[in-house]
Design a protein around this ligand. Structure first.
Ligand SMILES: *[C@@H]1O[C@H](CO)[C@@H](O)[C@H](O)[C@H]1NC(C)=O
Ligand SMILES: *[C@@H]1O[C@H](CO)[C@@H](O)[C@H](O)[C@H]1NC(C)=O
Ligand SMILES: *[C@@H]1O[C@H](CO)[C@@H](O)[C@H](O)[C@H]1NC(C)=O
Ligand SMILES: *[C@@H]1O[C@H](CO)[C@@H](O)[C@H](O)[C@H]1NC(C)=O
Ligand SMILES: *[C@@H]1O[C@H](CO)[C@@H](O)[C@H](O)[C@H]1NC(C)=O
Length: 439
């Protein structure tokens, strides 16, 4: 009896699963072939592109390339009507381009697949036989696969690259946990910077370990409470008759506290079409979009590291905090590269400013000293508490160490494997020792 019931239950189950298929009229296959779009000059990274039918204004699905025959399937934001740059806010296959005649398809089993023309799968949602009945681009730019009840079986908001749209979320547990920048305009692979959500805040890293910024949420630290997720949100002001909206990156915490946030400025208009971007140079920028403004649809509302404090920005930090502000090596002060340190003194900075790497043998190198200088990691990391001698020894024993930094007042030590931008603070307690070959 029980076995019979069990059996019929299994029958019922397999029936209901096989029943939830994508209707033939909603399946598609779009081949990467045919004419290119005409608006290369107003498309971000000036690529060639082909647009695909899925479009929910102002979001258009496209194939685009910045080097010949290396295409990315991506979502573009902006319409040609505004005659303003159209920007790429999501992409499927960064680092794994497809060629001519590749296909993007939704089969009746509900799996969304990007494949080469020979059938080799490059990217997929892994949603075969999971009840998917349709694909859609929602009005907020989220691309979704829905089941028959309208729930999202898959959403593009869960796989960001370098961009967060309004409503999109990073999560500490279960991810997505980070944004990663694009390497360069032409090279669409992961770059060296990441914006990561951590239990105590949001952080920016260079090469995954060198922290160059972190949000300060004292309430979470004091209360020993962790963060859950961070969402880009538009907050309406409390004043009535005042069309006032603020953009926040709001952080939900696991306690009973108000949610802390990064304030990214005031919108002078009501537009939920904005995005936060971890840019090629490691900066964090927020752009807002107005579909009705010809030629100037975009406004940059927020820049984390900037030269001047604009009226709308409340949180801003000097550009000298950007690891690559002064290239391979350089002294930075008030957002400017002001010097190239050498064993013989500080010379004028140029792009060629660099360190001479000594061999590993301790008798082949020495250190020269700089005063009033910090490494870009010092401000947002605690270093280790130790003596100046121990700090030096640590660097000397580490072949990859190129210099050490020491705060004499707090007896704190930082050693580093890459120097890049050094920030000048004129503080006599901040010392830097740079490795150099004995010639
Ligand atoms: C793409 O497919 C078409 C039709 O099968 C074919 O004529 C064309 O040569 C293909 N292009 C490339 C670059 O393989
Ligand atoms: C963020 O976390 C809160 C608390 O767990 C949860 O209620 C909310 O749904 C989460 N938001 C998103 C978009 O995941
Ligand atoms: C702002 O725009 C959103 C979406 O377009 C709308 O739901 C909301 O009511 C608007 N708010 C105001 C104050 O106009
Ligand atoms: C390190 O350099 C010294 C002096 O140049 C030399 O005598 C010694 O053999 C070197 N050690 C190694 C391990 O190469
Ligand atoms: C400079 O040094 C003093 C102690 O001499 C310290 O209190 C202060 O925080 C330091 N300032 C910076 C910007 O490092």
């Amino acid at each position: 009896m029980a076995a019979a019931f069990y059996l019929s239950f299994i029958f019922f189950l397999s029936f209901s699963i096989s029943y939830a298929i994508v209707p033939l009229s909603d399946t598609f296959q779009y081949v990467n072939a045919g004419d290119f779009g005409e608006f290369t000059s107003i498309s971000e990274y000036t690529p060639t592109y082909r647009f695909l039918p899925p479009f929910t204004s102002p979001f258009q699905l496209c194939y685009y390339n910045t080097t010949p025959n290396a295409y990315y399937l991506a979502l573009r934001m902006g319409t040609t009507r505004t005659n303003s740059v159209m920007r790429w806010v999501w992409e499927a296959n960064r680092g794994s381009p497809v060629r001519e005649n590749a296909t993007f398809s939704l089969g009746s089993n509900g799996n969304l697949v990007l494949a080469e023309s020979n059938g080799k799968i490059v990217w997929q949602t892994n949603t075969a036989n999971k009840g998917v009945v349709a694909f859609a681009i929602e009005s907020d730019g989220n691309m979704v696969l829905k089941d028959s009840k309208g729930n999202f079986v898959w959403q593009s908001f869960d796989s960001p690259t370098d961009t967060l749209l309004v409503g999109q979320t990073l999560r500490v547990n279960g991810g997505p946990t980070k944004l990663v920048n694009r390497d360069s305009i032409t090279n669409n692979v992961n770059g060296a910077y990441s914006l990561v959500i951590e239990p105590k805040g949001l952080s920016l890293y260079y090469k995954n370990t060198m922290r160059y910024w972190s949000s300060n949420f004292p309430i979470l630290n004091r209360a020993n409470v962790n963060m859950v997720n961070a969402t880009l949100k538009i907050i309406e002001s409390e004043y009535e008759e005042n069309n006032f909206h603020r953009l926040h990156c709001e952080v939900t915490n696991a306690g009973f506290f108000d949610n802390p946030y990064l304030d990214m400025g005031t919108l002078r208009y009501n537009s939920s079409l904005s995005y936060l971007r971890l840019s090629i140079d490691g900066n964090l920028e927020l752009y807002t979009y107005r579909a009705d403004v010809h030629g100037h649809a975009w406004a940059k509302l927020f820049t984390l590291f900037s030269r001047d404090k604009s009226e709308t920005e409340t949180d801003y930090i000097d550009e000298c905090q950007l690891p690559n502000r002064c290239g391979k090596f350089g002294l930075c002060e008030e957002s400017q590269c002001v010097g190239c340190p050498t064993p013989n003194g500080v010379f004028a900075w140029s792009k060629n400013c660099d360190v001479k790497l000594p061999s590993c043998n301790a008798s082949s190198f020495k250190y020269y000293k700089l005063k009033g200088v910090d490494h870009f990691t010092v401000k947002y990391t605690s270093g280790t508490k130790t003596s100046l001698d121990n700090c030096k020894n640590k660097c000397t024993k580490d072949c990859k160490c190129v210099g050490y930094f020491y705060h004499t007042n707090q007896r704190r030590c930082w050693i580093t494997h890459e120097l890049k931008t050094l920030t000048r603070n004129w503080n006599s307690t901040s010392l830097a020792y740079i490795k150099t070959p004995i010639v």
